[in-house]
Design a protein around this ligand. Structure first.
Ligand SMILES: Nc1ncnc2c1ncn2[C@@H]1O[C@H](COP(=O)(O)OP(=O)(O)O)[C@@H](O)[C@H]1O
Ligand SMILES: N[C@@H](CC(=O)OP(=O)(O)O)C(=O)O
Length: 544
């Protein structure tokens, strides 16, 4: 038997009984006693609906997984609510020195009562993945000498020493990591599920170190593993999606604990728990941004701050052009499009919870906290906006598909897209006429797969499409996305084509589509960076 609490209750004080259920009203909470089988989850949901309670199987499952007894919200804290999320990425917490600076930064906002979200230290996630790959082939006796394992151990132990906190806070994890790598090397295989478990050590350790440090300097803090506090996801290992049930569960734990002890919550970014597998999942690379916005929405906070190593969202990738400037304002739609089309600065799905909860997101530089950064909100004054940012997505596969039938035949586009659906391949940019279609394949989805699988999928795709069309497969293309005010598309395109002409570059496909903020152009990979630099100069560095 398990004890549950239900969320989303509409009518406080309502009592219900049935053969299998016992609801006892407790303010807005109801506890229920039932055996833990999924059939019963459905029964409970159904019964609740019948009496006007809005709950989902997922919400029930979350609480059952936590197996928490109903608690009274007796508060011994200050009664002041949490105000914002502050997320610090790997670049912001790469060393003890950086962690100290981040702690100072947090303390320099005495009016804020933040939830802290941290990524793994520096490049730890990459190193963990590399260590996992080496473990597959190196043999159990050689795991000890995997360079990346030694690096991670040394980094975290040194950080503990330099912060002056007990190494015991991470020792169990370091030992667990070592054992896991031995396991991988025995099995000679690294599944996606194991990969997620492997990388979770990064966030689990960074948050433990940081929370211990805050406590050491007299700032009460409490560490949380996201997968223990209700971050419930799909079971898509390495790219899991957050489920609705996460919001009430996370809010209940964080707000409940805060109201009792006023300890700054320090939460692992990037991680969740698969709702069927109950195993640790990850939200895709850079997923801590999504953790932050999810907490912001769950708790209805005033602001979500995402602290990076750049002065906010920039006019283009500074690695392509160091003269990129910071963009002061963006809408959620612009930021989402920018992230989706490849700007590494934000996780592609991270704007969704912020937009749903209408919570402003501020992108700031932890190395330069006085810089204003970028504020992302639902709407902004677009009257003067032309181009906001230029984004590059490299190594894209493009398909030219021309119907073998004549003009006036219907159903061609439907057949093409059915083929994509059947093969589970998603499409990025599309331009069509009645009898031909050019499109690019989403590289994130395609390149995430094993090489053999990828080649097979492309072969199958072309084979299927060739039944109705002449197909040309074009590799090594780049999408240049122009994020801005599409209302001024003629002005933007006039300038773009001038730039391309003077650089001798031919655009191979162009799509404005339904998006109100993005014009996409496809060029050859080798021409792409030069184009971005030339466009940047034309749009941002010359007088209007
Ligand atoms: N348009 C852009 N604006 C800002 N940064 C960008 C942009 N495109 C790419 N970047 C890169 O994104 C990096 C920040 O993202 P990320 O490495 O995920 O930060 P963090 O680890 O702090 O979360 C920057 O250092 C920069 O190199
Ligand atoms: N550590 C994870 C998650 C993350 O969000 O990292 P960062 O905030 O450093 O991009 C990654 O490297 O993907």
């Amino acid at each position: 038997m398990a004890s549950l609490q239900l969320y989303g209750v509409k009518t406080p004080g309502l009592a219900l009984s049935s053969k299998r259920l016992e609801f006892a009203s407790k303010g807005a909470c109801f506890s229920v006693t039932l055996p833990s089988s999924s059939a019963v989850f459905r029964d409970v949901e159904h019964s609740c609906r019948n009496i006007g309670l809005r709950v989902s199987c997922e919400a029930l499952r979350v609480d059952l997984l936590q197996r928490k007894e109903p608690e009274t919200c007796d508060s011994s804290g200050t009664g002041k609510e949490l105000t914002c999320v502050m997320k610090f990425g790997g670049s912001s917490v790469e060393s003890a020195e950086r962690m100290k600076e981040v702690a100072n930064l947090i303390l320099s906002f005495p009016d804020e009562r933040p939830v802290i979200v941290l990524s793994a230290m520096g490049k730890t996630t990459n190193k963990l993945l590399k260590a996992g790959e080496k473990a597959v082939t190196c043999g159990v006796t050689n795991v000890e000498s995997i360079e990346e394992l030694s690096f991670i151990k040394e980094l975290h132990l040194r950080t503990a020493h330099e912060l002056g906190v007990e190494t015991t806070v991470i020792e169990k994890h370091l030992e667990g990591l070592h054992q896991l790598l031995k396991g991988i090397s025995m099995m000679k295989e690294l599944t996606l599920r194991t990969r997620d478990y492997l990388v979770s050590f990064g966030e689990c350790m960074s948050t433990r170190l940081f929370s211990a440090y805050l406590n050491k300097i007299g700032h009460k803090a409490r560490q949380y593993d996201a997968f223990e506090i209700g971050f419930i996801t799909t079971d898509d290992f390495t790219n899991a999606d957050i489920l609705e049930a996460t919001y009430p569960a996370v809010s209940k734990t964080l707000v409940g604990d805060w109201s009792k002890e006023n300890a700054v919550p320090v939460v692992t970014g990037y991680l969740g728990k698969g709702w069927r597998s109950c195993a640790i999942t990850t939200l895709g690379r850079g997923g801590s941004d999504l953790t932050a916005t999810t907490i912001g929405k769950a708790l209805g906070l005033r602001e979500i701050q995402v602290w990076k190593d750049v002065d906010g969202v920039l006019t283009c990738d500074p690695n392509i052009y160091p003269g990129a400037q910071s963009v002061p304002y963006l809408t959620f739609d612009e930021a989402a499009e920018l992230a989706y089309f490849g700007a590494q600065v934000l996780h592609p799905l991270s704007m969704r919870p912020a937009r749903d909860g209408d919570i402003p997101v501020r992108v700031k530089n932890s190395y330069n906290p006085t810089a204003p950064g970028t504020v992302i909100t639902r709407s902004r004054d677009m009257s003067k906006a032309v181009l906001t940012s230029i984004v590059l997505k490299r190594n894209v596969t493009m398909l030219d598909i021309a119907s073998t039938r004549m003009l006036g035949q219907y159903g061609f586009l439907a057949k093409v897209f059915t083929t994509f659906e059947d093969l589970g391949i998603s499409v990025d940019v599309v331009a069509t006429s009645e009898v031909s279609i050019s499109l690019t394949l989403d590289p994130a989805k395609l390149w995430g797969r094993e090489l053999i699988q990828r080649v097979n999928e492309l072969d199958n795709l072309v084979e299927e499409l060739e039944k109705i069309a002449v197909v040309k497969l074009l590799q090594r293309r780049s999408i240049i996305s122009l994020i801005g005010n599409v209302q001024k598309s003629s002005l933007i395109l006039e300038k773009v084509f001038q730039v391309f002409r003077s650089n001798g570059v031919n655009v191979q496909m162009i799509s404005q589509g339904a998006s109100k903020v993005n014009i996409s152009l496809i060029v050859n990979d080798e021409e792409a960076e030069q184009c971005v630099r030339a466009l940047h100069s034309a749009f941002f560095e010359t007088d209007p």
